[in-house]
Design a protein around this ligand. Structure first.
Ligand SMILES: *Cc1c(COP(=O)(O)O)cnc(C)c1O
Length: 237
């Protein structure tokens, strides 16, 4: 088990490096978040032993249990990648090092409030829905005509002193053929360029996109953070 995970982890790192070099990018520019939702502790310990530094979780409570289990051990950086319900905002703020899934002005206000109470400045990414799927969260951005209408809210979010906005996150629909996903990743990249131009006071460096099935395409399209679960840890329960 330990060996399989170590092997998968190394193989994914190699693929990340190769995809970056093939698109003339510095491999150091792409960070790996290992997504551990739905995975047992023994697998999580194995991937930490293999060298994983960042873990991603979708649910606050599930993540906190795992954090407690690892208490006296090597602590990774914890990334919140799932939708945050209002009543979970405090927990997300308190327990996570990084939040990828900031998807509304209202949530931003709550996170900022709790971060202030906790005396923290929390790094966050704004999540955009680039597919139009009703099941996806994020600022509605699947058509370019929607982008200007988002600017006022984004500027308001940048005013929150306890949130450090550092880029964006997108989650395309699932397709078995990763090339089918390319236009959605490209939309993420073009949206980042648009924000850099129209909200220049913001920091749009990070682009969190790409999962087990499609991370190489995401890197070709400019991903700086990939979120990979099953390709490393095997199927979730
Ligand atoms: C579950 C999840 C992932 C990882 O998916 P895999 O297919 O296991 O790589 C990445 N990002 C988000 C937002 C997720 O919910």
């Amino acid at each position: 088990m330990e060996e399989i995970i170590q092997h998968n982890f190394q193989q994914v790192l190699d693929k990340i490096h190769r995809a970056a070099r093939l698109s003339d990018r510095d491999p150091q520019e792409v960070k790996l978040v290992v997504v551990t939702k739905g995975q047992p502790m023994r697998k999580i310990r194995s991937v930490l032993a293999a060298g994983a530094q960042r873990l991603g979780e979708n649910y606050v409570e599930e993540a906190v249990l795992k954090m407690q289990e690892l208490k006296s051990e090597l602590q990774p950086e914890w990334h919140m990648i799932g939708h945050i319900q209002s009543r979970k905002a405090r927990g997300a703020c308190e327990h996570f090092d990084y939040i990828h899934s900031l998807d509304s002005l209202k949530l931003a206000a709550r996170l900022n409030h709790f971060a202030d109470q906790l005396g923290r400045r929390v790094p966050v990414l704004l999540e955009f829905n680039v597919s139009g799927e009703a099941t996806k969260y994020g600022f509605q951005a699947w058509d370019k005509s929607m982008w200007p209408g988002l600017l006022a809210e984004i500027e308001a979010i940048l005013e929150f002193q306890n949130l450090l906005v550092s880029g964006l996150m997108v989650m395309p629909p699932y397709f078995p053929n990763p090339n089918t996903v390319r236009p959605y990743f490209r939309c993420g990249r073009v949206l980042r360029e648009y924000l850099s131009k129209h909200v220049p006071q913001g920091n749009w460096r990070e682009l969190s996109m790409g999962m087990s099935n499609d991370f190489e395409v995401a890197i070709q399209e400019g991903a700086t953070i990939v979120r990979i679960g099953q390709a490393i840890l095997g199927e979730r329960q």
